[in-house]
Design a protein around this ligand. Structure first.
Ligand SMILES: Cc1cc2nc3c(=O)[nH]c(=O)nc-3n(C[C@H](O)[C@H](O)[C@H](O)COP(=O)(O)OP(=O)(O)OC[C@H]3O[C@@H](n4cnc5c(N)ncnc54)[C@H](O)[C@@H]3O)c2cc1C
Length: 646
């Protein structure tokens, strides 16, 4: 039944929950974790293991919320007893890939602690091995441990896992340890000592997304597991419902509230034209391709002619398993990198040209049927099935519709004008936090931000990415936050600050009710496309700032807010506008091109000059933007620093 039919039969629905705008509940804990995703759950478990009172605040339902809630097929970059590769070597390929623009501090912590994190996950019920022997004898299975590996069958550092079991296991472990899980609550602000910007964080505020009730959390330490910004250049749920790569409710609330409180950020100027935010793209991993979950899939053209795969030296590979083996002389393969050292095999890089010359005929297809059975089953079933967002809309729906990978080809839309993964899109259709490394919070080796008592983990950290990283840094930050909380006394909240936060949360209830929150989001995207798109100048960025300010000061008050859910959605767009401001300020501060950051200046055209190869760290002190430089390798020496702080 569609919405129109429903309304005809039943009339309009009444809001089903009691509305409690303005009512206030205070919750006290030793450690408050904001965000019940992968990092948040791990942080809660870590802190609770130390016997502290832990409260977990989640906007959705912790059981399945967040980017890792629906699944994870790759547990990457994990040194383990069956592999000769070290944590330092793993961080090295990421540094090579990003030209130094990665957060080696958190990547190193993650690489050092990833394997023990994975084993703990197994104890909680996570499925990390081929326990049913589905892949016995496969070249990517280690027979002794039953671990399955992806991308590099020799070096065994990227695990194939059954990630749809992970979030449920973490949820149960939180419950077992007595973590108080508070679902359907949007964290809205941070509370600081004496209400001072830049001061020690002693709590947070929240809005119940169903009742509209206001919550005040008091804590000795707070951990941010709220992920990052999204929906800044593109957003439409009308064209494709599942339009964002990361879940729609991840918008950068955590970034915005931390910015308001005076926390330091870097890398916010990074953005790339990719289709991961475009509603015109396909649902990720839903068509035939040879990327991520689909590695090392065979592709054929319209005549059934196979597209060859080559290694980094252009050597044509004859077997499917060779596609996941290092080339002669190559130590190991990175998950993805264009850099020669750790470059993986791939379908011929000049495929487009050869299609143009008539050697291959479009459309292309994934030929799972032509692959060895264990490789076919690994892609269709294990990977597409366990990867986030693929289990139901791709694996289950296609199977129910009759798709049989042992017989059928699955069409690929590569080179057909609608490349769903990494092809060209309009340069202004950019992604910020949707995919890859993104701007975020700066921390020290305890994963504490510049605000005392305020820790960060997972994708909330700058240049962070991946499930293993969120798990390991969450586990580490929870431990550090607990150690900190054990030493601290509770602090008196500033009533004036609580009232200010409350005013901010309920102000949209006074709106003029002229537009919907989605329209405000669309206008914000248009401003970013127009003035903070592919080419930047100081003048354009100035216009971007003016446009965002106008939306904040005039149009934000026009949004219809007639229930607590819409209040939450409206506050999200307010936070998106704040994140836009952060992006624009960061772009204004970088006065040089930087290909690694997808950053092009028309008024400072020197490409990546050495004096601009640095992090620009920004802080908002009550509206005054302060900037400092941080060397790219601020984390040196890695091993020594880690040992000192672990
Ligand atoms: C489709 C998809 C597939 C992926 N596949 C893989 C993979 O195979 N391997 C891999 O390594 N990585 C993968 N990733 C990336 C990986 O899932 C993320 O890097 C990881 O989940 C980040 O963890 P996190 O805890 O930082 O954020 P999340 O797990 O996204 O959790 C953030 C949580 O914060 C909550 N939240 C947001 N705002 C608020 C608020 N204001 N108040 C309260 N709660 C809030 C959200 O609801 C969410 O639960 C994938 C991501 C996606 C989207």
């Amino acid at each position: 039944m569609n919405w129109g039919q429903y309304v005809k039969e039943h009339g309009l629905l009444e809001w089903p929950y009691p509305v409690k705008y303005g009512e206030e509940t205070e919750v006290e804990a030793d450690v408050v974790i904001l965000g019940g995703g992968i990092a948040g759950c791990w942080a809660a478990i870590s802190a609770a293991r130390k016997g502290l009172r832990v409260v977990l605040v989640e906007k959705g339902a912790t059981l399945k919320s967040g980017s890792g809630g629906s699944g994870c097929d790759h547990w990457l970059n994990t040194p383990n007893p069956g592999s000769p590769i070290t944590a330092a070597e793993l961080v090295q390929w990421e540094l090579e890939m990003t030209g130094g623009y990665t957060n080696a501090l958190t990547r190193y912590i993650a690489a050092r602690e990833s394997y023990e994190t994975l084993l703990e996950l197994e104890e909680m019920g996570g499925v990390i091995r081929d326990i049913n022997d589905d892949f016995k004898g496969a070249p990517f299975r280690d027979e002794a441990t039953k671990f399955l590996f992806a991308y590099d069958y020799q070096s065994k550092i990227h695990f194939r896992v059954r990630g749809s079991s992970f979030k449920v296991s973490l949820f149960k472990e939180c419950k077992r340890l007595g973590v108080r899980i508070m679902d359907r609550i949007m964290a809205t602000g941070l509370l600081t000592e004496n209400g001072k910007t830049g001061g020690r964080v002693i709590g947070a505020t929240g809005l119940h997304c169903r009742t509209g009730e206001f919550l005040v959390f008091r804590a000795k330490a707070v951990v941010n597991g709220l992920s990052r910004h999204q929906r800044n250049w593109c957003f439409s749920t009308e064209i494709r419902g599942n339009a964002n790569f990361r879940p729609t409710q991840i918008v950068g609330d955590g970034h915005a509230m931390s910015w308001r409180a005076g926390a330091e950020f870097t890398m916010m100027e990074k953005s790339l034209p990719t289709s991961f935010a475009s509603p015109h793209a396909f649902q990720p991993y839903s068509h035939g391709n040879a990327l991520n979950s689909w590695v090392p899939c065979s592709l054929v053209d319209a005549d059934g002619k196979e597209i060859p795969w080559v290694d980094r030296d252009g050597r044509v590979l004859r077997t499917v398993s060779e596609r996941c083996m290092p080339a002669p002389g190559q130590k190991f393969l990175g998950e993805r990198t264009p850099v020669y050292e750790h470059k993986r095999p791939e379908p011929i890089p000049d495929l487009e040209e050869r299609i143009r010359k008539g050697e291959f005929r479009l459309p292309l297809y994934a030929d799972l049927a032509g692959m060895p059975e264990h490789e076919r089953k690994a892609i269709w079933g294990h990977m597409v099935g366990e990867e986030g967002k693929t289990r139901v809309p791709v694996y289950i729906y296609y199977t129910e519709a009759g798709f049989d990978p042992s017989k059928d080809l699955l069409q690929s839309y590569l080179f057909m004008g609608s490349d769903p993964m990494r092809g060209n899109v309009r340069p202004q259709d950019r992604t910020g936090g949707e995919i890859g490394d993104a701007g975020g919070l700066v921390t020290d080796w305890n994963l504490m931000t510049n605000l005392e008592g305020y820790f960060a983990a997972g994708d909330a950290l700058f240049a962070a990415n991946y499930h293993y990283h969120a798990a390991a840094t969450g586990r580490y930050a929870g431990r550090k936050a607990a150690e900190y909380a054990e030493k601290m006394d509770g602090s008196q909240l500033s009533r004036a600050q609580v009232e200010e936060e409350k005013d901010w949360v309920y102000k949209p209830l006074e709106n003029r009710e002229e537009i919907e929150w989605k329209e405000l989001n669309a206008a914000a995207c248009r401003a970013m496309q127009n003035y903070c798109g592919e080419y930047k100048t100081d003048e354009l960025l100035g216009l971007a700032l003016i446009s965002i300010k106008e939306l904040q000061e005039y149009d934000a008050d026009r949004v219809l807010v007639d229930n607590p859910h819409k209040l939450m959605r409206t506050l999200e767009v307010h936070n998106i506008l704040t994140c836009n401001e952060m992006i624009i300020q960061a772009a204004m501060a970088r006065k040089a091109d930087s290909p690694q950051l997808g950053f092009k200046r028309l008024d400072h055209t020197e490409e990546d000059p050495s004096d601009w190869q640095k992090w620009i760290v920004l802080q908002n002190l009550d509206g005054r933007i302060q900037s400092r430089d941080m060397p790219l390798d601020f984390w040196e020496p890695l091993a020594e620093n880690y040992e000192k702080h672990r």
